[in-house]
Design a binder for this molecule. Structure first.
Ligand SMILES: [Zn+2]
Length: 355
């Protein structure tokens, strides 16, 4: 169980923990079902998870991580494990036929035959019906299907009902495509916070620095949203040109839109929580310097001289209050609070920590 109980990309919440407990229990007892459905918001991580589960099922040590079965399964080359994914956008019947042939073959390798189906909501109806027959009447005792989806609501209910369903919560993984945009956000924040603090010192100036910073951050969030929508238009026109039947085409378009909406809100929430974290780190630094901390112990030690040059008029009680406000905003991120307003308010309060 070494592999399965030490997955670094899962959050430590109770849903994940009970999933792991249930699944490892099945492996321990040799009581593995023939069809699973894993849902979660990141297909790459769902696939890694499915391979870890597959390795744990077939490894004599229940997922040691070191034996040839574990290593080959994790790198996707163990002959008993087949990974099926949509051709282009759509999972077609030929892929399901390939899967059926694989499942019907006699295996010469130890362990069960495991088929992992990525993006299973992208099956067209012909493929789904064919898969359904296989799920209802699996070829033998040693066949296991693991379906993966980011959109469980888009799968045929008849398919879902044949599977044991587990939903997973993943940690944010750094190497995301949004990384470059996050770096820009960090740069703007660093400059913007300094401007806000300096403008407060220069009391003759009107307070525009906080407004400037809010606008810049909102602009990045909008830019990402526009890029996702532009891609979506392209994908939709491709799907419309394909020769699938109307019903399938409408379903793909709906899935695509849903996925993109989720992508935008994920970026928005991650971006905003990154912003909140950075402001909190600044506040902690200002507080620490005020209390006589040394450079090394700061979150951003490069700001030491900037902060210590300005800490004469810092109101520590206002810093504590603002840290609480930020925490509160972070907790409500997924309830679509108006982030523009929230940011504006936080930056104004930041100005006022200098009495
Ligand atoms: Zn092993």
């Amino acid at each position: 169980m070494k592999l399965f109980e030490n997955i670094d990309f899962l959050t430590k919440d109770s849903i994940n923990q009970s999933n792991i407990k249930l699944l490892s229990g099945m492996i321990e007892k040799g009581n593995v079902s023939h069809a699973y459905l894993f849902s979660g918001n990141n297909m790459k991580l769902l696939a890694r998870l499915a391979l870890i589960f597959a390795a744990s099922i077939n490894c004599p040590d229940r997922g040691c991580g070191d034996c040839i079965i574990c290593r080959n399964t994790l790198s996707g080359v163990y002959p008993n494990v087949l990974i099926v994914e949509p051709e282009g956008r759509i999972l077609i019947i030929e892929e399901i036929a390939k899967l059926q042939r694989f499942m019907n073959l006699t295996s010469y390798n130890p362990g069960k035959k495991i088929c992992i189906i990525k993006e299973s909501e992208f099956m067209n109806s012909a493929a789904a019906n064919r898969l359904l027959k296989t799920l209802e009447d699996p070829p033998d005792e040693d066949s296991i299907f693991i379906l993966l989806t980011e959109d469980i609501s888009m799968l045929l209910p008849t398919v879902v009902s044949r599977c044991l369903v587990y939903s997973w919560n993943f940690k944010f993984i750094e190497e995301s495509p949004e990384r470059a945009d996050f770096e820009i956000i960090e740069k703007y924040l660093d400059e913007g916070i300094k401007n806000i603090i300096m403008q407060k010192e220069d009391a003759g100036q009107p307070y525009t620095a906080s407004l400037d910073l809010t606008l810049k951050l909102v602009e990045i969030l909008k830019k990402v949203e526009a890029a996702v929508k532009a891609d979506q238009e392209k994908e939709i026109s491709e799907i419309k040109r394909s020769d699938f039947d109307r019903g399938d085409i409408n379903r793909y378009i709906e899935i695509l839109k849903l996925r993109n909406r989720r992508k935008i809100s994920k970026f928005h929430n991650l971006g905003m929580s990154r912003v909140f974290d950075i402001i909190s780190a600044w506040l902690e630094d200002i507080l620490a310097v005020k209390l006589g901390a040394i450079e090394k112990t700061m979150n951003f030690s490069k700001n030491y001289s900037f902060i210590s040059g300005k800490n004469k008029n810092v109101k520590t009680d206002r810093i504590f209050k603002l840290i609480k406000v930020i925490e509160g905003n972070k907790n409500y991120l997924s309830y679509s609070v108006n982030s523009e307003l929230a940011l504006d308010n936080i930056f104004l309060q930041l100005q006022n920590i200098y009495g």
